[in-house]
Design a binder for this molecule. Sequence first.
Ligand SMILES: [Zn+2]
Length: 201
Amino acid sequence: MIKSQLISTAFFTDKNDNWFPSESPFLINNKKYKVITMNQIHSDIIKVVSPMRKNYKCDGLYTTKKEYILCVKTADCVPILIHSEIGVGAIHAGWRGLSQNILGNFFENEKYYSDNLKVSIGPHARKCCYEVGKEFERIFPNHILTNHKGRYLDMSSYVSDYLEKLNIEFEDVNVCTICNDRYFSYRQDKTDDRQYSFLCI
Ligand SMILES: [Zn+2]
């Protein structure tokens, strides 16, 4: 498991952790937390956690409450964990979410924005391995690398360029899910297994 260097309450699991979000409360230092997961649909939808809500059909979560752990599942998409002075957020961003501007929906929305945001970017498919078709040049004109082997999408720099533009402090754990065997990769072997990224306030 990777522990974020920037957000003390943010973690990224790998294959060896055997960690799954549980329906039952999670105990940390004898305090009870409820793990909130999403029914992720590659959208730009962000939802605020509410005790009334049973399901979260979305790709972003936000809460200002201490009792929740926000959880993203991925196997190549980009997990993004966010910590601010008043709340936390979690985003699942693949190429579809990024192209639909899920980052803007979170970071440029005053509902979620506050000073001193810190962002941790988890393991995802990186430019070393994420080969894409020619149509991606139109969707991500500034983040495609072409060499003699093919055309590669650089989601890492797409996200970091965006955060730099807004002057938001961030870290990238710098792990590629496709070429690192410790991580599940859908593109590598069509697996149904996922790793989890989670945080609380
Ligand atoms: Zn790689």
